[in-house]
Ligand binder design. Structure first.
Ligand code: MGD
Ligand code: MGD
Ligand code: SF4
Ligand code: MO
Length: 885
């Protein structure tokens, strides 16, 4: 029998519904759920490739103690003993959890309950600190609670959508598709993108404001002041529902138009146009994401935006509002359970004695954390200086994702006791675990997640648990039981936990707290299994169809009013003579964070296969670096070596690097080794987007490219980057050392079986080396080396791993590194769903396809998930412009 399960995508905060189908033979396929109100059937490239990432390669299937397989009992006993001993000897402040917005709400709830109610410490923080905490802090300052007022539909209903520090096209692709479709239907709708670089999102923008890094506060303070001088303030709303207007205006009013121009570096026409659009459009939605949050002025940026929406009363009504886009699938669920070190549970506050008492009574717990715990950066500092004796890391990879990552790694290595719960055995963090616990992954685990618009959806299991893997909540509850807290953690399954969480949200609430899902308290298992996606609030006894907040005020400060916050632009330029460039870090379309899952898909890895530094052509010229050569990035903190990508999308003086590559996939591309641990003073969120660096050309003697059926090992190169390819692996390399015996090198690195001899050549004069190793008619490995970046048709060569090579001419074509006339080279992948490459698209444009739609008809490209449509449009436009010129 075929099995169909409705579940939710485990990647971004859009929270798309997915239907997973498992055939009788166990083959899994996924498609978008047409009924799910987040995506109505759409999926992006990452969601579409989910079935390619659930194999058991690299999974940890049994608990391990010090690298040796152990029983669950031994592993859990040890964890309980070590945590109990640390608490007994050094107090509850000596233990810590570092968890993740990728946990399910049920896992998260149990972790938070155990730490705050039973250990009596608030030393639980989460990777959401690196992600959403400035939004949380900004919301709490303005609204008195961490409330996202709007819903996705508002993006479709607005007449002006502002995307501030959000690369929506790549990071929330389905929401971007919804926005793009709405704009196509209603061409009068305007989109403004605020981002120092020209991203694919800018493709649908009527106005792209390429501001200087971190000058958003000046931009929005100037807007606030402009709204006042142009009589655009909604006096009634402000009088009835807010306080602090005069104080905030006293500060913003001093930010002149000229000062905004000077700070942001924008042309005055553009700034005028932006202010005009905002002032004259009633239905405005401002979405913001990491370009706003991940800054030393992140919280102020958030409040500068909220001030403008409060002043105009544009909040909580259809088509209006500020909208913090959450990154992770369950960033919002984590906030609901109070997963941050400075929150309690169910949107209650740790600083509030009544809240503490209420939560403790509800839990019947022996203790309750009295004060906020350590925020991520401080938490790892406390690990480093020995204050934290026992640390449990769950569903996050801090050795890659935390700023000052080498110091974080050293801290973890020095910590007396480290537990890591993950799905992979080998990650940059897991390799330092004393106890490594195998967790259930997506498709195996079961629970709920909350997306950016407060919509709670079920993730449902459709696969059997692999090996001895267990759910994260179960691991926590078992440790709780062993520490004597069995009664409070006697859950049979996620339904029990969700029910308790829902009941706590309603406990003594009566409208005083925004988060209330009392309608879902006390569910039966069957009812829990059947939960359809719903938005909160849903208090007991009433069904809310309207879930927006604040159209008529009703904020959560004690006077029920919102606060304007006086925010002042600060110095933002971090460069210095020895570090004259600015480093900006972020995401690419087809990888997810530290690549533990998306890195498994050859299709996803073909879009961008190497870590890179994107820089402006004139900067490249000054440094003396050519395209595809290597650059070395240095800060006071550390260094990285990556490929140079030279484009006009970058502003001069600014370099963009992706966050994804780590020690499992590249020699030296873990970008957070370069990023210092500078944080926002209110939220503690690291400033990951504005780092002073130097850049220089990295000198090498040889560049190389290779592919192989086996995973390469022991590649001792100055630079290497590994990526999954259909039927094997691709490896890009560069060597600073002089030549060696390359045939032996290949034998070692690719584990080439005895008896397989290379065909190919070594050219002493040019320095070129080319080898292909055939195992019968199958290509086993190929290796190309040159003194400059290797000129081979990479995507074509990669397809040869899966091709039969019966005749010699084909084999020689591989050595040549380019196809014969009868074997087309599709070029770099643009559409990963259908594997369509740049050369094919260029061919079609030359053949008369002059629009994205025409390319779609001819090649299918862009017709599945649509994530590449912006890139296709750029290619078509570029071609036509070149032809016209
Ligand atoms: N493909 C993909 N999608 C993802 C993820 C992923 O790993 N891969 N991760 C998910 C997660 S957890 C998150 S948090 C989201 C993040 O989603 P986004 O925030 O959209 O992604 P980023 O690339 O981190 O950064 C957004 C933009 O901020 C810009 N920026 C930098 N400095 C400034 C500034 O000073 N002001 C302004 N206005 N903009 C600036 C950057 O140039 C960048 O284009 O993505 C989610 N979606
Ligand atoms: N410089 C810079 N640094 C950044 C950012 C940036 O823009 N710039 N962005 C920051 C942001 S917004 C974020 S969200 C973080 C993300 O950074 P991380 O959270 O470190 O990244 P992930 O790769 O998502 O880590 C998830 C881990 O959990 C494992 N895992 C997957 N499923 C499960 C499960 O069900 N249970 C358990 N126990 N484990 C599981 C995965 O294998 C992986 O090791 O990075 C932050 N770091
Ligand atoms: S937009 Fe893509 S990554 Fe995000 S939830 Fe939807 S399918 Fe998943
Ligand atoms: Mo994030």
């Amino acid at each position: 029998m075929e099995k169909k399960v409705h579940t939710t995508c485990p990647y971004c905060g859009v929270g798309c519904g997915v239907i997973a189908t498992v055939t009788r033979k166990g083959a899994v396929s996924v498609k978008g759920d047409p009924e799910h109100p987040s995506n109505y059937g759409w999926l992006c490239s990452k969601g579409s490739a989910l079935a390619e990432t659930i194999d058991l390669d690299g999974r940890i299937l049994h608990p391990e103690i010090d690298g040796r397989q152990a029983s669950w009992d031994d592993a859990l006993d040890l964890v309980a003993d070590k945590f109990a001993a640390a608490i007994a000897e050094h107090g509850p402040g000596s233990v810590a959890f570092y968890v993740s917005g990728q946990l399910l709400t049920e896992d998260y709830y149990v972790a938070n309950k155990l730490m705050k109610g039973f250990f009596g410490s608030a030393n639980i923080d989460t990777n959401s600190r690196l992600c959403m905490s400035s939004s949380v802090a900004g919301h709490r300052r303005a609204f008195g609670a961490d409330t996202v007022p709007g819903v996705y539909e508002d993006l479709e209903l607005a007449d002006l959508v502002i995307l501030a520090g959000s690369n929506l096209a790549w990071c929330h692709p389905v929401l971007y598709q919804r926005l793009a479709a709405a704009k196509e239907n209603r061409p009068g709708m305007k989109v403004v993108v605020i981002d120092p670089r020209r991203t694919m999102t800018a493709d649908i923008a009527d106005l792209h404001l390429a501001i200087r890094p971190d000058t958003d506060v000046a931009l929005f303070a100037g807007l606030f002041s402009h709204l006042v001088s142009n009589d655009a303030v909604d006096q009634n709303y402000v009088a009835a529902n807010t306080s602090g207007f005069a104080e905030a205006f006293a500060v913003a009013g001093c930010v002149s138009f000229g000062e905004v121009l000077e700070r942001t570096g924008l042309p005055s026409m553009q700034l005028r146009e932006f202010y005009r659009l905002f002032t004259t459009t009633e239905k405005v939605v401002t979405c913001y994401s990491q370009g706003v949050n991940q800054s030393s002025s992140g919280t102020d940026k958030v409040n500068a935006i909220l001030n403008c929406h409060l002043a105009t009363g544009r909040i909580g009504r259809p088509g209006t509002g500020p909208f913090s886009l959450t990154g992770q699938p369950n960033a919002m669920g984590g906030r609901e359970v109070g997963g941050l070190a400075n929150m309690l549970a169910a949107h209650m506050a740790i600083e509030n004695a009544e809240d503490r008492d209420r939560v403790q009574r509800f839990w019947g717990s022996p203790a309750i954390a009295e004060r906020p715990g350590l925020k991520a950066v401080d938490l790892f500092r406390a690990v480093a200086d020995g204050r934290v004796k026992a640390l449990w890391i769950m569903a996050t990879n801090p050795v890659v994702s935390m700023p000052d990552a080498d110091a974080v790694e050293a801290a973890i290595r020095a910590c007396p006791f480290v537990v890591v719960s993950d799905i992979l055995r080998q990650t940059d963090t897991a390799r330092h675990a004393h106890v490594l616990l195998p967790s259930l992954g997506w498709g195996e685990k079961s629970g709920t997640v909350t997306n950016s618009e407060r919509r709670i959806s079920r993730q449902r299991a459709f696969l059997d648990p692999p090996g001895e893997a267990q759910a994260d909540w179960w691991q926590l509850a078992e440790v709780a039981r062993r520490m004597g807290f069995g009664r409070a953690f006697a859950y049979e399954g996620p339904a029990d936990i969700f029910s308790e969480h829902a009941a706590l949200s309603a406990f003594e609430n009566a409208g005083t707290r925004d988060f209330d899902i009392g309608a879902y308290g006390g569910l039966t298992i069957n009812a829990y299994n059947e939960i359809a996606p719903f938005q909160w609030p849903q208090p007991a006894g009433q069904v809310n169809s309207e879930t927006r907040f604040f159209a008529d005020g009703g904020f959560y400060h004690t006077d029920r009013k919102a606060r304007f916050v006086a925010v002042k632009p600060r110095e933002t330029d971090r460069t210095r003579p020895d570090y004259p460039f600015t480093l900006n870090t972020g995401r690419v379309r087809d990888q997810w964070h530290t690549m533990t899952r998306t890195g498994k898909s050859a299709r996803l890895s073909s879009h961008i296969a190497e870590p890179f530094a994107e820089l402006h052509p004139r900067d490249a010229m000054e440094i003396g670096v050519g395209n595809a050569e290597l650059v070395e990035i240095r800060s006071q903190q550390g260094r990285a070596i990556v490929r140079a990508l030279i484009t006009e999308r970058q502003a001069r003086g600014s370099i963009f690097m992706p966050i994804h590559w780590n020690d499992q996939f590249a020699a030296r591309a873990r970008i957070n080794t370069v990023v210092p641990a500078t944080t926002d003073e209110f939220s503690g969120q690291p400033a990951s987007k504005n780092v002073a660096i130097s850049v220089r050309r990295f000198e090498v003697k040889h560049y190389a490219f290779s592919l192989s059926q086996t995973k390469p090992a022991g590649q001792d190169a100055s630079y290497w980057a590994l990526a999954k390819a259909e039927g094997g692996w691709r490896l890009d390399l560069a060597f600073a050392a002089p030549a060696e015996d390359w045939a032996s090198w290949c034998r070692r690195v690719f584990a080439i079986p005895n008896g397989i001899e290379p065909i190919g050549y070594t050219d002493a004069q040019t320095g070129d080396v080319r080898f292909a190793f055939f195992d019968g008619t199958r290509l086993f490995a190929a290796f190309f080396l040159a003194r400059e970046p290797v000129a081979v048709a990479r995507n074509w060569v990669i397809t040869q791993l899966k091709t039969e090579h019966a005749n010699l001419r084909n084999r020689l074509a591989i050595v040549a590194g380019r196809p014969g006339a009868d074997m087309p080279d599709s070029g770099a992948t643009v559409c990963s769903c259908f594997g369509v490459g740049l050369n094919q698209i260029l061919g079609s444009v030359r053949g008369g396809c002059h629009s994205v739609e025409a390319i779609g008809k001819a090649l299918n490209a862009g017709t599945n998930c649509g994530s590449c449509r912006a890139e296709i449009r750029n290619i078509v436009d570029g071609c036509l412009a070149a032809a016209a010129g």
